[in-house]
Design a protein around this ligand. Structure first.
Ligand code: UDP
Ligand code: MG
Length: 316
């Protein structure tokens, strides 16, 4: 069998050589036919130069693509999956947070017939706050979406050719891989590993992007948030009706009293905020339709090795 390793890289110059060496050492010891598919996601540092070097050094087992700009990790994963030719594909980060020594375990489980072999990382080493927020997020989000999203489970996994083809058959522009992996199903097995710290370079995540990612997770799979918005609206309307009746009753019984200023302001501001959230929700869905309707490619490639078949020089 042939194994493809897909590695998205964005500004990973500092760690790339070490990653490549470690990976090749592990793969060499496994006696398996392999190819490494690096995707340079428009890095601003020397990542592309390193990739060219690696492709020179290890002809035949190294492929790379370089995007025309930074498109994001999801498009990079998609590009890697499209480029991979193996019977099984492993997705890995370039920063050595996904230990290459786990590949053997993954292959063993794959040989047992599983289509997705998923590595679940423990959150030891993460900041306490981030770990707690993640746990709360997943507990909440799983009530809202159809697919099962699990804490600690990310892109580090082995996919059989069947699973890869299934993923590639999903054409959506906004890709939330974590959900897509779950959506395609197939025979899935999960095992735990200890989280390693990033070897070099720095993480591209900050609080804002994590919140964005969380919202994507919520909205990428169904319209249930819209349904909940309707329920919230109905609930509030019922409360308002009850309150109005109560005020009318009080006015009939004891004459008109001037209602409290604070209550009024609180209600106006609270409802205003809620309406903004609901509008934003609707806007998000419309925005997604807008992106899908444009049918733009997920990424643009400026350089690749081997070069794409269509780029061949036409006969004179
Ligand atoms: N990455 C990418 N494009 C981006 C951001 C990240 O290809 O826009 C790659 C990055 O090079 C790394 C992987 O995605 O190989 C995970 O990124 P990072 O380590 O920043 O995320 P974390 O491990 O902190 O979740
Ligand atoms: Mg990382």
């Amino acid at each position: 069998m042939k194994l493809s390793i897909v590695v998205p890289c964005y500004n990973e110059e500092a760690v790339l050589s070490r990653f490549d060496e470690t990976l090749r050492a592990v793969l060499g010891s496994l006696a398996v036919d392999y190819e490494l598919c690096y995707v340079d996601d428009g890095s601003a540092d020397g990542t592309l130069a390193r990739l060219r070097g690696l492709a020179q050094q290890h002809r035949g087992t190294t492929r790379y693509l370089s995007f025309s700009r930074n498109f994001g990790k999801e498009p990079a994963i998609l590009a890697g999956l499209r480029a991979a030719t193996g019977d099984a594909v492993i997705l890995m980060d370039a920063d050595l947070q996904h230990p290459p020594c786990l590949i053997e375990t993954m292959l063993d489980l794959y040989q047992l017939g599983h289509d997705q072999v998923v590595a679940r990382r423990s959150r030891t080493g993460d900041r306490r706050l981030r770990a707690t927020l993640s746990r709360l997020y997943y507990r909440a989000v799983n009530r809202w979406v159809d697919v099962e999203l699990t804490d600690g489970v990310g892109d580090f996994r082995l996919l059989s050719r069947k699973a890869v083809d299934a993923l590639l058959s999903l054409p959506e522009y906004h890709r939330f891989s974590k959900g897509l992996f779950s959506w395609i199903g197939f025979d899935t097995v999960t095992f735990d590993y200890r989280n390693a710290a990033r070897e070099a370079g720095e993480t591209k995540w900050h609080l804002g992007s994590l919140v964005d990612y969380g919202i994507d997770g919520l909205l990428s799979f169904n319209c249930r948030p819209l349904r909940r918005a309707i329920w919230a609206g109905l609930g509030l309307a019922a409360l308002a009706a009850g309150y109005t009746l109560w005020i009318i009753g009080a006015a009939l019984a004891g004459g008109v009293t001037v209602p409290g200023y604070v209550t009024l302001v609180a209600i106006v501001v609270g409802l205003g905020g809620l309406q903004m959230v609901m509008l934003g929700l609707i806007g998000e869905y419309i925005g997604r339709i807008y992106y899908e309707a444009k049918r733009r490619p997920h990424f643009l490639v400026k350089e690749s090795n081997p070069p794409p078949a269509t780029a061949a020089v036409p006969p004179p």
